[in-house]
Write a protein that binds this ligand. Sequence first.
Ligand code: NOJ
Length: 550
Amino acid sequence: MTDTRPGDAWWRTAVVYQIYVRSFSDSDGDGLGDLPGITARLRHIADLGADAVWITPFYPSPMHDGGYDVADHRDVDPRFGTLDDADALIERAHALGLRVITDIVPNHTSDQHGWFQEALEAPSGSPARARYVFRDGRADGTEPPTDWQSVFGGPAWRRVPDGQWYLHLFGPHQPDLDWSHPEVREDFEATLRFWLDRGVDGFRFDVAHGMAKDFSTPLRDLGPGQVHHRIVGDGWEGDHPFWDRDDVHALLRGFRRVTDAYSPPRTTVAESWAALDRRALYTRPDELHQAFNFDFLTTPWRADALRATIDRSLALAASTAAAPTWVLSNHDVVRHASRLALPACVDPDDWLLTDGRIPAIDSDAAARRARAAALLLLALPGAAYLYQGEELGLPEVPDLPTDVVQDPVHHRSAGRRKGRDGCRVPLPWTRGGPSLGFGPGPAWLPQPSSYSPLSVEAQSGDPRSTLSLYRKALALRRTLVHVDAPLQWHSGRDAALLDFSIGPLRCVVNLSNEPTALPADHLILLTSGLRAAPQETLMRDEAAWLSKSE
Ligand code: NOJ
């Protein structure tokens, strides 16, 4: 195996490329991406200059939530391939110098999981039900046990034929496990070992902030107007009955003990939608190595806001000696190549409403900002997580016909929310073909014609393309960005500029409406602008990487 970053703690400065399995590459023409498709295309990610791939769940699943409803954590869904295909993928990735992070889902299973099927057949109060969260309802059993709402919409409880209710913080096909049950923990740790023994280099823990719930009786209601989903912490008084509870940390320490038993050490990253100050707790030295920085992702395109988020993120990472992480897009949010150009007053989720009133965005501003944001992201010290297709500048597809949308968010909200499929449209590899090179037949979601000129094929030979910008930035970053070098702001210039140095690299981003002159005593290494040659002036929404001239 070629070590792209020698040293045990490779993840501290890694560029990790997220593969959304269903939408990356389809080898067999069934319209869904698969593991052999990924293996065949890993060269693209190695050539991009990434250090690792994070692969979303590929385990047997009824696909009510794109694979995050896992029926068996120790196998591969036949639509995605076989265990041999998983082994071949890991081997090929390692041969190309790429580490492999798999996505693992501890909070819930599919309702098709053997344990849940057993629980349904077993009577109320039986050991088989104790692995999940079954409770009697209120008001003669006809009302759910609490007022808790599920993330995908509607009550978080579903009634089974014998009258009991089970908890599902996500869709009803995703029953929550009871993590106070020792068998749940032992079995999950066996799953971790199963994949570690097959050679994976780390895990992304889904919903890492949700496993510990307050089951003291009587269960408590949240009350009207309270936070049922996403980020809790800021402004939240007291402990929440199911999100971001202190008890979750003992579970994370247990996971860490499993991964630490392997040599070389494996890495772990938390998906924890907790407020930033609480999120730092997930990365204490004996817990997970990293947590996604969703504050960066949700910060508006304004210099003051971005600078504040960057400073706070760096301080909190330092407080636990963890490497900071930076992320702009993933398979759950509106792609940043659209999001960054939405008017400040528009909520990205509202933008996707299906009532035909999708406001147009300024696509030039969107493209400019996405390129500038990439240079900002990649200049920051720590690990950068890229979402497949951002290296092509892919925008969100906001106008998918509702009859093709599969996301449970759409269906659970009775069509009031469009859901997340607009960022999951399969990748365009070639200018033409039945699914722009994604596979030999049509793709599970239709690609817009605007994806053809953004294909890998179309961008590869063009030095000004977004793909070329990412390739150059990743190559430069390898030598220039040091996680432990202090980030130093250059103030005194326009407040609408981000201007900082880290080690030998200086990064300037112009978020004002006016052009700005770049500092004179520097060499221009790279600019995000689409003008023919790098110039000494940075236009609005452009970024530049500079180095001190000798
Ligand atoms: C977070 C995943 O990223 C998302 O796609 C999924 O729907 C939920 N967790 C539930 O597993």
